[in-house]
Design a protein. Structure first.
Length: 356
């Protein structure tokens, strides 16, 4: 399991990315926390812990935001829509508060796409199941934009829980004052508890968001160790990392109905240094992984392998390099490609491949 990196600074200076005039707008719109206990401060000595869902349409930046909030990659990212297919938990522990963030698949509105009905149903069930358990919902949209797919996700959100409107990709907005009329319109769609503009790639914005969320979490003991970053296993993280490189290096050539299955995952002990009878207690060994990339058609297999196997080799090299950094040990990685037609529309095979 990856170790927790050094905690980022949480001083007020970390909020310099916020535009002062935009702050004034928010104040005028009374976007402060509702009274009556929903966001009130409690005694600082009490521990807080709660579940926070990150939801939004595909490709709006949910995984990028989760990684920024945790301080390390726990959810894969790519420009290909619907990269996230599982409920990914990321954990951030600051002071007396433990934030348990859940990155959900982007809600898939195209249920009838040929050959993907079962997969899409599975992804949407994951989103809906997550929403039933959480304390707070982060509804992620692109700053200044709101379309039909966003509206379909918003319609699913619970009416009895705080929903924070997170306007991502703020760095792409030329005139931030233009967000004022857009925000007024957004308030007519849902009674958002808070509004926060940010860029998910900026650490300072992640710090600011976490500070805003703290009062919404219930006073209770932490669920995880203070050093924990995710509840997912290393084996799962390995499969996701390979899938990320697959999507990034094939671009739009390869349909998104491809997945990765881990056939073997073994941790081998460290070899003792010459002249010693056993390895040091802190010495890292080797992680040996055998994985299979599953594709729908024979021509897709050729896309993944590439000319003389060069693309598959690059997928493996980039995945291994990042895995060694993530796991803190050497990784021996073997990858094969197999064709399994119809897997994305087969409920039994989905379960075999690890879809909940």
């Amino acid at each position: 399991m990856p170790k927790k990196p050094a905690a980022p600074a949480t001083t007020p200076a970390a909020t310099e990315e916020v535009n002062p005039s935009l702050d004034a707008m928010l104040a005028n719109l009374s976007m402060a926390r509702k009274s009556g206990g929903e966001g009130g401060e409690a005694a600082p000595a009490a521990q807080r812990c709660g579940l926070i869902a990150i939801v939004g349409r595909p490709n709006v930046g949910k995984s990028t935001l989760l990684n920024a909030l945790v301080g390390q990659k726990v959810s894969i990212t790519s420009r290909k829509a619907q990269t996230t297919r599982h409920r990914i938990t990321g954990i951030r522990t600051d002071g007396d508060t433990q934030f348990v963030f859940v990155d959900t698949p982007g809600f898939q509105t195209r249920h009838t796409v040929r050959g993907t009905a079962a997969l899409n149903r599975n992804l949407n069930k994951t989103v809906q199941a997550t929403l039933s358990d959480v304390d707070v919902v982060l509804f992620l949209v692109e700053a200044g934009r709101y379309g039909p797919d966003d509206a379909k996700v918003l319609a699913l959100l619970p009416k009895d829980k705080p929903v924070v409107l997170v306007a991502n990709k703020l760095d792409l907005v030329q005139r931030r004052e233009d967000l004022f009329p857009w925000l007024q319109t957004m308030q007519t769609h849902h009674p958002f508890t808070e509004f926060i503009p940010l860029s998910a790639q900026k650490e300072a914005d992640a710090v600011r968001l976490a500070g805003l969320l703290r009062p919404y979490l219930p006073e209770q003991g932490w669920w995880y160790d203070a050093e924990a970053l995710t509840d997912r296993t290393d084996r799962f993280l390995v499969s996701e990392m390979i899938r990320e490189k697959l999507f990034r290096l094939t671009g739009d050539e390869l349909p998104y109905t491809s997945t990765v299955v881990i056939d073997q995952y073994a941790e081998e002990p460290a070899v003792p240094a010459k002249g010693k009878t056993k390895a040091a207690p802190t010495a890292k060994g080797l992680v040996r992984v055998a994985a299979t990339i599953i594709v729908e058609r024979e021509q897709h297999k050729g896309m993944v392998i590439g000319d003389k196997g060069e693309r598959l080799k690059r997928i493996g090299t980039e995945a291994r390099t990042e895995l060694e950094r993530l796991l803190g040990t050497k990784v021996f990685l073997e990858i094969w490609v197999k064709v399994r037609s119809g897997w994305a529309d087969d409920d039994a095979r989905l379960r075999t491949y690890g879809y909940e």
